[in-house]
Design a protein around this ligand. Sequence first.
Ligand code: ADP
Ligand code: MG
Length: 270
Amino acid sequence: MRIAAEQNTVRYSGRGTPALDRVSMEVPAGSFYSVLGPNGSGKSTLMRALLGASRLDSGRATIDGTSVTDWSRADLAKVLGAVAQTESVAFPLTVTEMVGMGRYPHLSPLASESDRDREAIARALEACDMVDLANRDVTTLSGGEFQRTRIARALAQEPKALVLDEPTASLDIRHQMAILELLRSAADQGMTVLLITHSLDLAAQFSDHMLLLADGRVAAEGTPDEVLREDVLTRVYSWPVTVRQDTQTGTLRVVPQRTSASSASLRNVT
Ligand code: ADP
Ligand code: MG
């Protein structure tokens, strides 16, 4: 599925400048696309716009060429999965029950879970390394375990496109890499992956395309080589960075530089 934003502008009431200012981007079907940018640059706002979950002041967001607001919610839920940045646990469900919620869009009314549903749930638990914790009450999970449960729920949905907002933020190296490898192979098999992340190095390793947002606008768009440029990153993040190429893998490494304490300031950081 192709996901696109055409000149999207979002203004929140009471704020002078728009959170998203005429942002256009396109995630080709079956590609791995990362959205980067400093805190407050509009990443989550863009994600909500693409999902049809927030009102646009102008422009439109499309899924396979059809405006997201013209899709029926039921049809969209069958094909588009989402892992939002945060979520609180409301009920003491087991891990399996919460992952099983990903199957709801596929269940016909009154029908109980089929073998196909149970297989999708089992595959998702396995993929996210949650098999051993399958019967645990989700309110007792660590931050990273809960995060993996939320990703498993999205995978159990078996969507054609998956949008994730900083999904690996609280995961250790192994689980971070395992999830990204999984998303990469899903993309190789045709799933569209849209990943919001602060990890420039991971994005460089896994992405086909990247979008760099700054103050609600597109600062750079293209392949990792095109986007991860020292001058652009230093300006957008208001911090000196160097970009090196890993001699073994050829992927780019972004290294923030030390500065003297007196010149460092978070004053202008939102
Ligand atoms: P990011 O995900 O890149 O950190 P967000 O999209 O969450 O950024 O936010 C972009 C800007 O919009 C920020 O300045 C944020 O404070 C503001 N913002 C986000 N949501 C709201 C809201 N519901 N009401 C008012 N301002 C908001
Ligand atoms: Mg965000």
